[in-house]
Design a protein around this ligand. Sequence first.
Ligand SMILES: C[S@@+](CC[C@H](N)C(=O)[O-])C[C@H]1O[C@@H](n2cnc3c(N)ncnc32)[C@H](O)[C@@H]1O
Length: 284
Amino acid sequence: MTNVQHETPQQAERGAPVEAWDVIAARYDEHVAPGESDLALAGLQLAGVRKGDTFLDVAAGTGGLSLPAARLGAKVLATDWAPRMIEHFTARAAAEGLDAEGRVMDCHRLDIPDDTYDVTGSQFGVMLVPDQATALREMVRVTKPGGRVFLTAYGNPGEFEALHFFVTAVQAVAPGFEGPSADEPMLEFQVADPDVLRRRLTDAGLKDVTVDTSHQERIQVRTGRQLWDWCLGGNPIPGALVADFTDAQHEDMIRVLDRMIRERSTDKGPAVLTAPLNIGVGTK
Ligand SMILES: C[S@@+](CC[C@H](N)C(=O)[O-])C[C@H]1O[C@@H](n2cnc3c(N)ncnc32)[C@H](O)[C@@H]1O
C-alpha cells in the first residue's frame, strides 16, 4: 500500500470505472467535497487565480475545487466523466448563484478548443487517472499561452492517516485483511513523489514548474461513521475492499473507528486526520 511508483503498462488497465464514481457521487457531495475548501484555496492561490479569470476544473467531482474558484469570482467550467458528479455540482452552483457551468467530459479527451482558459486545475482528479500523461497534455493544450496549470495530489501514502485508520479498523474485525495490494501500487499515489510530479508537469509542456509540499489535507471528524462515510464516499476502492463483509461486520468496523476517533479528539473538538499534499504549478 505504501509503494510510490511510476506508471506501468498494467496500470493503464486499472482505475475505477465511471459507474463506480457515479455510485458514490451523493456521498462525495455530502461527506467529502465540503471539507476541501481550504486546500482548494491553497491550489487556487498558488496558481494565481483572480476574479474574472476563466478557470477550467478537470475531473471536478461535485465541485471541491470549482465552487471555491467560483466564489473567488472566476468564471468556471467544471468537467468530470461521471454525470452524477456533475449533477451535484450544478445543483450546488445554482443554489449559490455562482458563475459556473458543469459538463460531462473525459479528461483524456477534453472537448474544448486550444488556448481557452486562463488557469486549468485538477484536485485529486488527474492525480488518479491511468493515462496521466495524456490528461496533463490536454490540460496544457486548452490553457492560454502564459496561463497556469496546476495539479493537487496526495503525497506519501505512509502519512495518509484516514487510510491507515480505515485499514486498522477493518483488520480489527477481519484480522486476515491485508488492505490494498502492495503488488499493484494505487494510481492515486502515482505522483506522491514531488520529483515525479515536477517531471510529469514539465513533460506535459509546462515551464517554471514548482511543487509545493507545505500543505496538508485536514479531515475533521467527530464519529467513526463520519470517517466511514468519508472513506467510502471519497473513492470507490474502500467500498470495494469491504464489499464482501456483512453489514454487522461493517458496524463493528465503524465502532472501532469510533474508539480511534475518540482517542484522537481533543476536549470538545473533532479529531483531525491529516494527509500530505503535493501542489504542482507550471506556466504554459
Ligand atoms: C477523488 S474525486 C476528486 C473530485 C474533485 N476534483 C475534488 O477535489 O473533490 C476524483 C474524480 O475524478 C473523476 N474522474 C476519474 N476518471 C476520470 C476521467 N477519465 N475523466 C474525467 N473525470 C474522471 C471521478 O469521476 C471523480 O469525480
